[in-house]
Design a protein around this ligand. Structure first.
Ligand SMILES: [Zn+2]
Ligand SMILES: [Zn+2]
Length: 894
């Protein structure tokens, strides 16, 4: 019956407690306990990994939070789950590494510095590149460590001695190495291409950095020579160089191939008519204007048909000289003006309201402007193919499986990855331009003279997309490109834990770059957890004001309760957080504390040898078997990243089986037993079960478990380093579980009758049991226990028949009759029940009537109809039950 006997020895070999009984405070003071243990764990080096240590490696790369960040709910969830896995595997004997770090977050830092400089009335150009970078580093040193401190507060057991920053020397070297290799392999190239430009951040954005927002605009139908066409962006008309129709559209066949001179607001414009499959003949008039300089689809059409590119909107979001008399005007102002001007010229056929998705910058929320410019790209197609294959061949497994499809879809449709950014904070592109001969040189070392002509060089001004360096994270943090012991031991990492919103930013890029450079996957498993939302299902966002600060919540309810809530809700697509839930789990923490106090204050005089000699009672065997079941459940669930299932198994066991039942039973022998053997036996079971359960719970609730465990008889210096409970099938005892369930059902039946008949809990009852043929021995053997728990004097009589004035319950095949004579006022009780029967009947009738009205069933919202149906079922059941109870109070006088 002893889980992990292998490692802790026999159940009763525990030593007497080291602390005197009653030493444990009445109230659990989470703040004091948390403050005490974390620094101790860290100082003693418990978090530290050692590549030379024994044990199978288990490693997690913490997805680095932005250095600008402070802990939000998403971080709290992801870090709690990573810590839970890390602590569990560490206890389980693995050579465990959880490697932390932060990301330099180019755009986020840019936004912060821009604001700071604006307050000083300066621009980044005033500071110059070097001055600006000095300010950025200064900001990072002074304000960049917030999240790292907060992770400690959360109990994160990561190896801080290996903490990395994406711009530290080692990682910068890895970035250069990988850039140069990809360049040499022809996978990095420069190209004129249409990019997403943020006029306010002044940088290019990758496709996934562009958010879509529904907006109301005007759809303007413009008379365009021989045709009419519709557009939401009339200002780009100035950049038109073509008109496109579908090749099969008969309406416009005669125009294809012609060059038209179209009268417009500023003289005429010249457009060529082309036929292209990309045109939807059913949309608008079936003709689109082609503006290759300002639209990604048009850009592609333009390339296919050799249309010239005319840039009329500049990088500052204003109209360029090419825009003629609109030059210098803001792009949106120009839109209004051009519509007015066209109206005046009679060029507008009609204007319709139009709702559509507009691309906006994920940082500044500025409308993104598609613009053509020369940028650096990674040809990701071949990398993506290898990353798809890795998932197909299950070298990487994505949990939950449903995300696999999303991953394939994105990877299969991947476009070249634009990696250059026009920001200063970041990894500068290791490329040098010679203005004399136009050559470009990419190098790991800084270049000072042109290798071709010996002339002066200028380093490329751009930096790399932040995700370029984070894509290398799982191996760059372990020392790559050097062949280090860490890299050999901890790569591939075991699992990547993150939110699904980061599947493409992160998971996909790490998979591509990891496989390419390491010739092996960066992680074996990917676990995508739920997105945290508020109680109403809204995503937590500062602008919505629905965000409680996780740190404040931790302080209020305790970190353990906070962590347990997150783990308990982690499964599924959304987590709905509310304070009530966290409060519920704080009650759970208090329950554990109080149960432990009860155990600790009853260990005086504990004699392990005597316990060993005493055979266990049914309840002792049962609780051990239930513990074994819980250990197995928790392990199975954690293996599949089913954190909620594991948390729920632990909660059910601790609260309902251990506290509600076993502790109540234990009190009987602790307080009343004249049998010292049984008392010792109970003490041994209490200690063993509690100690094992604490170890099982530790990865979820690290602080309270350590605090209590230290006060219990234990081996070792910290619960963090104690073995994670392990069980085998033989630790279960199904017959004992069945028997104990029957006993508990009987006790519950008496308690229910007490409740229904409103009999005081303290009043002793007399009852007769007619046992099922095979149950008599079980109930008589446990008669004293049943009597004590149910406050009943139970007579077991296989020949009993139901007496008058008795309440009845059926448990399995056994019948229980509780004598009500003299306990309840039968006449009054009969009256009360009859009244309630009448009320229930009335409600049943009302609900039936309501539901049968076609008006209601058809028109009311489905969930209201469903709720009323449920109420009807409830009321019908109540009615039937009351009719049954009426029989109990029959004294035969009617
Ligand atoms: Zn922006
Ligand atoms: Zn040169």
């Amino acid at each position: 019956m002893a889980p992990d006997r292998r490692r802790t020895g026999a159940a009763v070999s525990v030593d007497p407690p080291t602390a005197p009984a009653g030493d444990i405070p009445d109230r659990y003071d989470s703040a004091a306990v948390e403050k005490r243990w974390y620094p101790l764990w860290e100082e003693r080096g418990y978090f530290r990994a050692d590549s030379a240590a024994k044990g199978k490696p288990y490693s997690i790369s913490m997805p680095p939070p932005n250095v600008t960040g402070s802990l939000h709910w998403g971080h709290a969830l992801t870090m709690t789950l990573q810590d839970t896995l890390t602590r569990m595997k560490r206890m389980d004997g693995f050579n465990t590494l959880w490697l932390p770090g932060t990301d330099h977050a180019s755009i986020a830092v840019h936004v912060i510095l821009e604001r700071m400089l604006a307050a000083e009335g300066k621009t980044k150009e005033d500071l110059g590149r070097d001055g600006y970078l000095a300010r950025a580093w200064q900001w990072k040193e002074e304000s960049g460590g917030t999240i790292v401190r907060q992770l400690r507060r959360l109990g994160a057991s990561c190896d801080w001695s290996r903490e990395r920053f994406t711009m530290d020397a080692g990682l910068s070297r890895a970035v250069r190495e990988s850039f140069v290799r990809l360049w040499e392999e022809g996978l990095i190239y420069r190209d004129d291409y249409i990019i997403n430009w943020c006029p306010s951040c002044q940088t290019v954005l990758s496709d996934i950095e562009v958010e879509r927002e529904e907006r109301d605009d005007e759809f303007v139908y413009i008379k365009y020579g021989p045709v009419t066409l519709g557009t939401v962006r009339p200002e780009t008309k100035l950049g038109d160089t073509g008109l496109a129709v579908h090749p099969k559209d008969k309406r416009y066949k005669h125009l294809v191939g012609k060059t038209l001179e179209i009268p417009s607001v500023d003289g005429t414009i010249t457009v060529k008519v082309v036929a292209d499959e990309a045109v939807d003949p059913k949309f608008g008039t079936g003709v689109i204007k082609v503006t290759p300089g300002h639209d990604p689809v048009d850009f592609e059409i333009g390339r296919r048909h050799n249309l010239p590119i005319k840039t009329v909107i500049g990088f500052d979001g204003r109209m360029t000289a090419e825009a003629g008399r609109y030059a210098g005007m803001d792009r949106f102002e120009c839109r209004r003006r051009i519509v007015e001007d066209m109206k005046a010229l009679g060029l507008i056929e009609k204007i319709e309201p139009y709702r559509h998705a507009v691309g906006i910058c994920y940082r500044s929320k500025t409308v993104v402007e598609p613009l053509v410019s020369k940028q650096w790209y990674v040809q990701v197609k071949p990398l993506a193919e290898a990353a798809i294959k890795a998932v197909r061949e299950r070298r990487i497994t994505i949990f939950p499986r449903s995300w696999t499809k999303t991953y394939y879809h994105w990877m299969e449709n991947i476009r070249p990855w634009c990696i250059s950014r026009q920001l200063w904070w970041g990894h500068r592109i290791p490329a040098w331009h010679c203005d004399a001969d136009g050559s470009v040189h990419v190098s790991k070392e800084d270049l000072h003279a042109c290798p071709k002509c010996g002339g002066a060089l200028r380093q490329d001004p751009d930096t790399l997309d932040t995700w370029f360096s984070s894509g290398l994270w799982p191996f760059s943090t372990l020392g790559w490109p050097d062949d280090t012991a860490d890299l050999r031991t901890y790569y591939p990492t075991s699992v990547l834990v993150t939110g699904p919103d980061i599947l493409f930013f992160w998971v996909a890029r790490m998979a591509m770059l990891g496989i390419h450079f390491m010739k092996d996957v960066p992680f074996r498993d990917v676990y995508l957890h739920a997105i945290v939302r508020d109680a109403e299902g809204q995503k937590m966002s500062k602008s919505k004001g629905n965000v409680a600060d996780p740190i404040v919540v931790m302080e209020k309810y305790g970190t353990d309760a906070f962590r347990f809530t997150l783990a308990a809700l982690a499964q599924g697509r959304d987590i709905r957080i509310s304070e009530e839930r966290i409060e519920g789990y704080r009650n759970f923490a208090n329950k554990i504390w109080n149960a432990s106090r009860l155990v600790l204050s009853n260990l005086s005089g504990f004699d392990p040898a005597l316990a060993k000699k005493t055979p266990p009672a049914l309840a002792d065997v049962w609780i051990e078997s239930r513990l074994a079941a819980t250990v197995a459940q928790a392990r199975t669930a954690l293996k599949k990243y089913r954190f909620s299932d594991a948390a729920s198994a632990l909660y059910q066991f601790l609260w309902h089986e251990f506290c509600d039942w076993y502790l109540e039973i234990a009190k009987l022998s602790l307080y009343h037993a004249e049998n010292p053997g049984q008392r010792a036996r109970t003490q041994a079971t209490l200690v063993r079960v509690l100690e094992t359960t604490l170890r099982l719970l530790h990865p979820f609730m690290p602080f309270i478990t350590e605090e209590i465990w230290q006060r219990l008889p234990h081996k070792g210096d910290s619960i963090m380093r104690a073995p994670y409970p392990r069980v085998s099938k033989k630790d279960r005892n199904p017959p004992a579980e069945r028997q104990m369930t029957a006993v508990m059902d009987l006790v519950t039946a008496v308690r229910n009758i007490r409740g229904e008949m409103r009999i005081a809990p303290a009043a002793s009852l007399a009852a007769t049991l007619r046992p099922a043929p095979d149950a008599g021995d079980l109930f008589s053997a446990n008669g004293a226990l049943i009597d004590a728990l149910a406050r009943v004097r139970l007579t077991i009589d296989p020949a009993a028949t139901r007496p008058r004035s008795s309440a009845m319950a059926v448990i399995g095949g056994s019948e229980l009759y509780v004598d009500l004579t003299g306990v309840v006022d039968l006449a009054a009780e009969r009256q009360r029940i009859q009244k309630e029967i009448a009320k229930a009947a009335e409600r049943v009738e009302f609900l039936r009537g309501k539901l049968s009205k076609p008006d209601f069933a058809e028109r009311a919202p489905a969930e209201i109809v469903a709720r009323e149906r449920e109420r009807l079922v409830e009321q019908e059941a109540l009615h039937a039950k009351l009719v049954g109870s009426l029989g109990w109070v029959d004294d035969g006088e009617r």
